[in-house]
Design a protein around this ligand. Structure first.
Ligand code: SF4
Length: 378
């Protein structure tokens, strides 16, 4: 997540608001964080907070009791309509970027699995983020095309997840949702029935699958019964007509079995709407386990090509995420997508001379040092 830092004054609790560079109507001020305002103290009092790029501000403003952050670095990275959280220590977390196509609701840091390549810091003691996320959803711009619900594992918050989906349906009726999940909770038929009854008009459930059998999948998921629960979950979701995407993360424990996994999906889950083969995001546990997980990019190509050919010949809808074009043979380029969220997306200095940079996914920022040696500008 993009984050800025400044010097806080009069902020005793986290504040959430929508960024505006202009003074707003009175009714909207209680949800607006105004940037570099030139307003009287009386008017500033009606805003959630004010943030300033200047290195210092008037002493009277500092002692006014008005929530303020000044000396904010990189304030130019904010846009009108972004939604940010300001913490008492002056950290400004940008939860929503109006100009990004990759926005998300971070549902929870908790998880019921323990995947060896998890790129997320898992905190099973985390408090409830429901109220924060409901407020965030109410502030997101209505023209947003897509929003991901992610974690951790979003379903561990149980029925609270339904409140989030209903809030999206209410405040963002034209926004498609992508729920990233291990699908284990959907093995509970009653839960899946209730989930499916929410009637969201455009939600896809994106499920990570690591093998065509319980031994391989459970090993990678770090959790017994993960495979069987996931399969039951997928079948339950399909029974109620949900739109399902399967995601396969490629690393040392999966790359040799990609064709087997593809055959398994085609034979047992031909109803899925989309299948994505994904490169590793090398943060947190994936970074800690990188020696175990890493496989030379050229080693995966045969297996990936075979799998894509097998599924494409059978009319399945396919994508490749998070793998730079120069590491793929040209016949796979049509499947490669620019899939990495803007704030994590990066390119190596070598890419400056590359003729296909504008079409390339580039890399996760964390992956640049890992991939750099393999890149070959085109
Ligand atoms: S050199 Fe850089 S921009 Fe070009 S294909 Fe490779 S990763 Fe993409």
């Amino acid at each position: 997540m993009l984050a800025l830092q400044g010097i806080p004054k009069n902020i005793n609790e986290p504040l959430l608001g929508k960024i505006s560079f202009f003074s707003t109507e009175k009714d909207n001020r209680s949800e607006t964080i105004i940037v570099d305002p030139k307003l009287s103290k009386r008017k500033l009092k009606s805003y959630v907070a004010s943030i300033f790029s200047c290195i210092d501000i008037d002493d009277q403003l500092k002692t006014s009791g008005i929530p303020i952050v000044y000396n904010v670095n990189n304030i130019h990275l904010l846009s009108e309509g972004d939604v940010v959280e300001i913490l008492p220590n002056g950290l400004i977390n940008v939860f929503y970027q109006i100009n990004s196509k990759h926005n998300l609701i971070f549902v929870t840091s908790r998880c019921n699995s323990n995947c060896i390549m998890c790129p997320q810091l898992i905190d099973n003691n985390e408090g409830n983020l429901l109220d924060l996320n409901l407020k965030l959803i109410s502030l997101i711009d209505k023209s947003t095309e897509e929003l991901a619900l992610t974690g951790g594992e979003p379903t561990v918050i149980g029925h609270d997840l339904f409140h989030l989906i209903l809030a999206c349906k209410h405040y963002l009726p034209n926004t498609s949702l992508l729920l990233l999940t291990n699908a284990r909770k959907f093995s509970d038929l009653k839960y899946t029935h209730l989930f499916s009854s929410l009637g969201h008009p455009n939600i896809t459930i994106a499920i990570t699958l690591y093998g065509d059998n319980n031994i391989e999948h459970d090993f990678i998921a770090g959790s017994k019964d993960a495979f069987n629960e996931m399969v039951r979950g997928i079948l339950n979701l399909a029974t109620f007509g949900n739109s399902i995407e399967i995601r396969i993360v490629i690393h040392k424990y999966t790359y040799k079995g990609l064709l087997r996994i593809s055959e398994y999906i085609y034979r047992n889950m031909v109803f899925v709407k989309h299948i994505a083969f994904m490169g590793l995001e090398t943060t947190w546990r994936a970074k800690a386990n990188l020696e175990l997980l890493w496989v030379e990019p050229k080693e995966i190509i045969n297996s990936l090509e075979e799998s894509i050919r097998y599924l494409a010949q059978r009319g399945m809808n396919l994508s490749i995420y998070n793998i730079p074009l120069c590491l793929l043979p040209k016949n796979l380029w049509k499947f490669a997508r620019q899939s990495i969220s803007g704030w994590k997306n990066s390119f190596d200095s070598k890419c400056l001379t590359c003729s296909v940079k504008n079409q390339c996914s580039g890399m996760f920022e964390s992956g640049v040092p890992v991939y750099s040696q393999y890149l070959q500008p085109i």
